[in-house]
Design a protein. Sequence first.
Lengths: 279, 311
Amino acid sequence: MKVGAREYSLWTIAIALVLIFALVPVLWLLSISLKPPSEITDQRLIPSSISFDNYKSLFEGGWSGPFLRPLINSIAIALITTVVAIFLASFTAYAIARLEFPGKRLILAGALAIAMFPPISTVGPLFDMWRAIGIYDTYLGLIIPYLTFSLPLAVYVLVAFFREIPWDLEQAAQVDGATPWQAFRKVIMPLAAPGIFTAAILVFIFCWNDFVYAISLTSSDNSRTVPAALAFFTGESTFTEPTGSIAAAAIVVTIPIIVFVLIFQRRIVSGLTAGAVKG
Amino acid sequence: MEASAHSARTPAAQPGKKSSRTRSERKLAWMLCAPAVVVMLAVTAYPIVYAFILSLQKLDLRFPEQTEFIGFSNYGTVLSSELWWMDVFNTLIIMVISVGIELVLGMVIALVMHRAIFGRGVVRTVVLIPYGIITVVAAFAWQFAFATETGFVNNLPFIADEKNWFGGHISSLAVIIMAEIWKTTPFMALLLLAGLVTIPNELYEAAKVDGASAWQRFRKITLPLMKPAILVAVLFRTLEASRVFDSIFIMTRGAQNTESVSILGFNQLINRLNLGLGSAISVLIFLGVVLIAFLFIKGFGVKVEEGRPGG
């Protein structure tokens, strides 16, 4: 099919609009974060001079500063949850994808129902229970609810991937003289790895993003994650808005995710749409 | 493991003739599923029952000695309060408008990702950026863009320089809805794209030969065939939008009557430590979500098995 100039320019406009739509808020944050504090309210799209003061003040004070500890908390909590969730979910997904047993559909339906569950409905009881058993404002107190809500996501993504694996290869390898462990490690693991990795990315993003639990079940920088810490940022004095520091912090937590998304774009798309519609 | 792996490939055993292999396969399957099921239920089923019990009590953590069982009167208090209904209304407005616009925008983006003659990869990648960004960060980005002090929006042409976006009910809600749309349209677009790619290209070619215009092809082929994908995407996004919390908390903290039901629940539970009243709100929100899901599944015939949990 010949591509007309008109069609070409229409697509150019459409793509440009999508790019602007997706990028403008991020560029605006970047612009604010690079402005020197005195120019933050100049409303200019492009900073007239560039300064890294906002970033410096963010990390001032190091461990007891406003940002470093929540950043470490966020990374640690999201990573631990991801590892445990993927570990548990891969057992379940293996069983659902490969074994015949009553209750299979019930587990899938239940997982879906949990994914739809409103988190705010569990905040009160968890707040009360966590204080009673002493895990309020701890990593564990956040990891448990994150696990619950990331398991359905992980199970669904993994089931979709596991169903595609040609499991017969495992037996073929054993016929060829491989031990069961070799067959699993050399044949199945490489085939399952992309799915597991995709599920891990999605779970990590989910935990990284949470705000409701992060502000309800924490009370200090002991376990407060970045989203919660941002909401409680204060300016240098009571009367200065912490706009610059918030923008800088926002950019610090956003850049890695953008890089991640750029590298693993295909995986994320396939994970997000895995099992979305039966083909 | 190997024995069960083998039997998975064989047809299901005849009823009444359950071999020991089927039985051991079942046992293994349940063992594999048990940990995940327990964790999922521990933080949903148990707490919602607990929330219901709390909701029947007068229970304020600031005055724990006054705790007593008061039946359903917390529900009476909530349902007769103007604030609750205001917040229900706000939540519904945010839900309906944002999901409606997202559906249209998401469809356009999905079509661009599917049909564009160049740059599909770029669009697919860039569209994921809002998805990956923390909702709180996105809320700040939009707040800074609209705020009278720091924002560039008031400098744009056709917009009053002094407009105080967060000074009024409607304009505050509009900014909140915009932030929600920005953050979640990519997810919608990807779900729709997944439906779009399943439509065989021959249908379009045949329609073209028959002289159907692009719009006719979209109306008569794309939309009907995508109905299941659209309904699932809309259901998931509707339920997600009904929880709207982060954006409101960051942008207005509920000022200018922009509270959602989740913000109300949070204020009662965590700020006021009124676990009784707050739990009644939690239970009502839960019932609301169940009702929406039920309406979608029964009313529109959404096949949830075809769906998947949202990101």
